[in-house]
Design a protein around this ligand. Structure first.
Ligand code: PMV
Length: 331
C-alpha cells in the first residue's frame, strides 16, 4: 500500500424528510429513511495525511487544534479506515468550512463526508459510493447523505451493510433554493446525538416512524416530478412531526425561538397568497425557507423585513463529495 495525503470537498445537506432517532446508536442505523439536498455554496475542505510519524491523531478545524468530543468522533472514523486498510499509522487532519460555525448550519455532515473520502484515499483504499456513504455514516448519520450528489435518499436499512444513501436526482434536476434564515448565532443547546437518543421517549415517535415510508415516497415523487405543492405539503408536515417529537420528549427539546415562529407564520401566509414556498427546521432555531429559483429575490427581501432575522444565506443543489488531489509522498 502506498501512503498518501488526500484532500476532499463536501457539502452539507438539508433534510426534507428528517432523520430523528436510531435503532443502533453506535452505527447510526436510523429509525426511518430520509431525503435531503446538498447545499452547493457551503463547503468543507479536508486534508488527511498519514505521512508523518505521529503518536496520536491530530485534528485542526478552521485553523484551531481541536480536542474533546469532536476529536473523538474524528478518531472513531479514522479507526474504521485504519481497520479497512490494515494500517496502524495515526493521521493529521486539517478541515476548513467556508461558512461560519456560528451561523447555525451544521458542519458535521459535510465534515464527515469530506473526512471519509480524504481519509480512505490517503490510506490507499478505493471505496465505491455506497461504501463511502456507509463510512461517513459512522461519523454522523446525516453525513452519509453528503457523499452522493444532488437530491439524495438514505435508505434506513437494518444493519451496517444496507444503511446508506444514493442520489435520486442530479443537482441540475430542479432549481430549488434553500434560503437559510439565521435568527440566532448561539451554539446548539442540545446536540443532535443527544436528541436522537431521546426520540423514543416521545409517545409520538412511533406514529412518526410508522408513517415515514409514505412521506418518503411522496417527497421522492414530488422531487422527481418537480411538483412544488406536493413537496411543500410533505416537507412541512415532516418537519412539524419531528419537532412535535422533540417538544414531547423527556426532557422536552424546544429548539424554536420567537423569531423562528414569526418566519413560520410568514411562510404560511405567503403560501396562502399563492407563492410557492415552504419551511423546514433542523435541531436549532434557524429556519430553512425553500423556494424555486425564480422566487429567491422576493423571498429574501421579505425575510429580511421579519423581526429577528439576522441573515439569509442562499444555497442551490450541490454535487457529490469530491476528491481534490492526492499526493504520494513516498515516491
Ligand atoms: O446526523 P446528525 O446526528 O447531525 O442528525 C441530523 C438531524 C437533523 O438535522 C435534525 C435531521 C436530518 O435528517 O438532517
Amino acid at each position: 500500500m502506498s501512503i498518501v495525503s488526500a484532500t476532499a470537498v463536501a457539502y452539507p445537506n438539508i433534510a426534507f424528510i428528517k432523520y430523528w432517532g436510531d435503532v443502533d446508536s453506535s452505527l447510526h442505523i436510523p429509525a426511518n429513511g430520509s431525503i435531503s439536498m446538498n447545499l452547493a455554496e457551503l463547503t468543507t475542505r479536508t486534508t488527511v495525511s498519514f505521512t508523518q510519524p505521529l503518536s496520536q491523531d491530530e485534528f485542526t478545524l478552521n485553523g484551531k487544534p481541536t480536542i474533546g468530543k469532536a476529536f473523538e468522533r474524528v478518531s472513531i472514523l479514522l479507526n474504521r479506515v485504519r481497520q479497512l486498510a490494515n494500517i496502524s499509522s495515526f493521521a493529521n487532519v486539517e478541515s476548513h468550512n467556508n461558512f461560519p460555525m456560528a451561523a447555525g448550519i451544521a458542519s458535521s455532515a459535510s465534515g464527515f463526508a469530506a473526512l471519509s473520502l480524504a481519509a480512505s484515499h490517503a490510506a490507499g483504499l478505493v471505496l465505491d459510493e455506497k461504501d463511502l456513504s456507509r463510512l461517513a455514516r459512522i461519523g454522523s448519520g446525516s453525513a452519509c447523505r453528503s457523499i452522493p450528489g444532488g437530491f439524495v435518499e438514505w435508505q434506513s436499512g437494518a444493519n451496517d451493510n444496507d444503511s446508506y444513501a444514493f442520489s435520486i436526482a442530479s443537482p441540475s434536476h430542479w432549481d430549488l433554493v434553500d434560503c437559510i434564515t439565521i435568527v440566532s448565532q448561539e451554539e446548539k443547546i442540545i446536540s443532535s446525538s443527544i436528541g436522537h437518543s431521546l426520540a423514543h421517549t416521545s409517545m409520538l415517535q412511533l406514529a412518526r416512524i410508522a408513517d415515514a415510508p409514505r412521506r418518503l415516497s411522496l417527497c421522492g415523487e414530488a422531487i422527481l416530478e418537480r411538483d412544488f405543492d406536493q413537496f411543500a405539503e410533505v416537507v412541512q408536515l415532516d418537519s412539524n412531526l419531528m419537532h412535535a417529537v422533540m417538544i414531547t420528549s423527556t426532557p422536552s427539546l424546544l429548539y424554536w425561538q420567537p423569531a423562528t415562529v414569526s418566519v413560520m407564520h410568514a411562510v404560511q401566509s405567503w403560501r396562502t397568497e399563492g407563492i410557492p414556498v415552504c419551511y423546514t427546521i433542523d435541531a436549532g432555531p434557524n429556519i430553512h425557507v425553500l423556494c424555486l429559483g425564480a422566487e429567491v429575490e422576493r423571498i429574501v427581501e421579505r425575510l429580511y423585513k421579519l423581526p429577528g432575522v439576522i441573515r439569509v444565506v442562499t444555497a442551490h443543489p450541490g454535487g457529490p463529495a469530491a476528491l481534490e488531489n492526492t499526493q504520494n509522498l513516498n515516491k
